[in-house]
Design a protein around this ligand. Structure first.
Ligand code: ATP
Ligand code: MG
Length: 430
């Protein structure tokens, strides 16, 4: 029979043989976030459409073209989360977390959905690790979140990742910059792509982020925000740079980084890799001091970022970074005959209750097929139980690599005895 259907374009399966790679990076992310005082926040996969329209911004590509939006049977418009920040801010407000003390530090590890043109490093369902810090306008917080990303990349041993930072000012200085941009890009209206022509009026800063070669060429000589920053924004940016330098984090200032959300203010940054071609941004974020207010909350300066797990794994693969594979089954117990099977079943349960990975036949196979399976799963040790072993109350544990055998009693000391043999093989004689 033909399979029912194939997976949806732009989505990926993570198969059991590959999932350890994901678990490895996720574990490091959780550990590093924990060290920095961030706790996990889990929000629903869908939210009211309005949340993203307001939280991400009407003029962004995400809201204009990329959202998975649908009406429920109850007639509500809901959207699969295209990013994690809006939902996190909604949860923080809904549960009045600011009353519990500031800053609020949260991280998330979630799937996101964007209707994009699928290609390497660009999917329709992808995964992000992100952090959010609410209730601080201090440059110390900017440095802290960037340092967290940096320490994750260091632990993952990723090489050649460049940190590029910029400041995009605040509602005070940005209008002057936007006016200068309109003046500059206005001279090239005919040449700009269609999207950028609409951006010219609504959000000219986004032209700086356009990926079309013509627009990016024109953007090369555009005025830069750094000439327009107000005193406060300038001082803030100087402090962030000073703190990063003090922490030994290398960076370059790239005035063309503007980021995709509408509510970014002051610091914006990206970590870019040259190892995976054009989809090279593995992490992007910054400050969004106006976001919480935009969502109807109090003034709560915040910041954060998200990194794409698929892109990170691609970079690691391209750089040949090894991810430790999970340890295979410690002991496979093969049973011959009903009575021996029952004993094998008991011993396996005993091993597992001691935290030792153990397997036995669950298919009803003969001895040869059982041993073939033990080989296939890479079992470190094996043991065959037949009538003789049951009669004598002991059996031989075989080291599958060296062929060495050791006899152990088949009683309540079994797991402890096996553990000693296992540990000796692993770490040597003490
Ligand atoms: P890009 O400019 O590459 O489209 P973006 O600015 O839309 O990225 P963000 O919204 O800042 O990206 O998301 C943060 C990170 O999530 C990105 O740096 C990237 O690593 C990852 N990411 C974003 N969109 C996708 C996607 N469609 N597929 C896979 N990863 C993605
Ligand atoms: Mg995008």
């Amino acid at each position: 029979m033909a399979i029912i259907t194939k997976k949806i374009k732009g989505t990926e399966d993570v198969l059991p043989k590959q999932s350890y790679r994901w678990q490895f990076i996720e574990k490091i992310m959780r550990e590093e976030a924990g060290k920095f005082g961030f706790r996990e926040l889990r929000t629903p996969v869908f939210e009211h459409t309005e949340l993203f329209a307001r939280g991400v911004g009407q003029t962004t590509d995400v809201v204009q073209k990329e959202m998975y939006t649908f009406d429920t049977k109850g007639g509500e418009s809901v959207t699969l989360r295209p990013e994690g920040t809006a939902g996190a801010a909604r949860a923080v407000l809904e549960h009045a977390l600011p009353n519990e003390g500031l800053p609020i530090k949260a991280y998330y590890l979630t799937s996101c959905y964007r209707y994009e043109k699928p290609q390497a490093g660009r999917l329709r369902e992808f995964h992000q690790f992100g952090v959010e810090e609410y209730g601080t306008s201090s440059p110390l917080a900017d440095a802290e979140v960037i340092l967290l990303a940096d320490s994750i990349f260091k632990r993952l041993q990723i090489k050649n990742l460049h940190l590029e930072i910029n400041s995009i000012g605040c509602p005070e200085c940005r209008p002057k910059f936007n006016a200068a941009l309109r003046g500059y890009f206005g001279r090239y209206t005919e040449e700009l792509c269609e999207t950028c022509r609409t951006r010219l009026d609504k959000n000219p800063m986004r032209i700086l982020d356009c990926k079309s070669p013509v627009c990016s060429k024109i953007a090369e000589n555009a005025p830069t925000i750094l000439e327009f920053l107000c005193e406060e924004c300038q001082e803030h940016f100087e402090q962030v740079k000073k703190l990063l330098t003090a922490a030994g984090v290398e960076f370059t200032v790239n005035p063309s980084i503007v980021r995709g959300l509408d509510y970014y203010t002051k610091t914006v940054f990206e970590f870019v890799s040259d190892a995976i071609g054009s989809q090279g941004t593995v992490c992007g974020g910054g400050r969004y001091d106006g976001l919480v207010e935009e969502l109807g909350g109090p003034s709560l300066p915040s910041l954060g970022y998200a990194m794409g797990l698929e892109r990170l794994l691609m970079v690691m693969e391209n750089q040949g970074i090894e991810i430790p594979e999970p340890e295979p089954c410690a002991l496979y117990i093969a049973g011959l005959g009903d009575e021996a099977q029952l004993k094998a079943f008991e011993l396996i349960n005993q091993l597992r209750s001691y935290g030792i990975s153990a397997e036995g036949d669950v298919v009803g196979r003969g001895l040869r097929a059982q041993m073939k399976y033990a080989d296939k799963i890479g079992a470190q040790f094996s043991l065959v139980l037949g009538d003789n072993e049951l009669l004598e109350g002991k059996a031989k544990i075989k080291n599958m690599t060296t062929g060495e055998q050791s006899e152990v009693p088949l009683d309540e000391t079994f797991a402890v005895n096996f553990s000693a043999i296992h540990m000796t093989a692993k770490f040597g004689q003490r």
